[in-house]
Design a protein. Sequence first.
Length: 329
Amino acid sequence: MSFFAVLFALLLEQVKPLPRGNVIHDALTGWMQWTARNFDAGRESHAWVVWCVAALSPALLTWAIYFGLEQVNSLLGLAFDVGVLYLTLGFRQFSHYFTDIRKALDHGDEVEARRLLSEWRHLDASELPASELLRHVIEHSLLAAHRHVFGVFFWFVLLSTFGLGPAGAVLYRMAELAGRYWSFKSGDGGIAVNETLMKLSLRLFHLLDHIPARLTASGFAVVGNFEEAVNCWRRDAGLWKYENEGVILAAAAGAVGVRLGGGSAPGLPRDRAKTFDAGAPPESADATGSTPGATPQLAHLRSVVGLVWRSVVLWMLLLALLSLAHLIG
């Protein structure tokens, strides 16, 4: 059933995608605010309470609903799977920004492309050179594809195998949202938050994302330039601040032959979340902290889209084969 749930959810999302700034996103943001306001008194022990209420309890509630529906009819369970995946998995939850930026660049409107990137990622892109603009778009798009598609895919399939339905998809997305939300609130937003809560949210999401990130990187290697992807993965993943992000971006850079990584250009503001701060370790192939490869060009956006879609087909085929083997067995 997992294969059909993912397939139907992806098809449904292509036919009727969630609009930008939808009510679901607003509700989840409000949920994060409510949990902190009611359960966080600033102590370290409260961070665990807030995270469990904010991220773990929705997953448990999802499992309970799925279990009840399965007892009535398995088709109701499948429909619930599709509904939850429609809200948690899919390209259209972020691709409108990517599409709009790509259209702006196709028309030579770099000002609009910078404005859209700033709105999407909350960073000052007004002075970014064209190649740096493209680099940021590629990197953010790759990470968004992982977090909205491949990471959700992994946790849904894993926990549904044990009869937990779409609880894994909800757990992954809520953990990712918690880490991103509290990092933003403790960053340039100027809002005082429990720092322990921010660090705990990031650490727990890092643990949940450890295996999915490496599976995503493996998929990029298989459907792209395998040898270069593996070489970049082994050599350059440490260029990024966060290990899981480095694995994904380094593998993708090698798979399509594009130069990624590198700190902000001199005099330019850094990414608000400092996600892409890059160093240049002694073993790095590039003293500037970038992977080897061609300077980002507009054509690389199409290459990245192709890489992601081929990876989706790869994992869907593998899931179909596993489902078939289970039915035959």
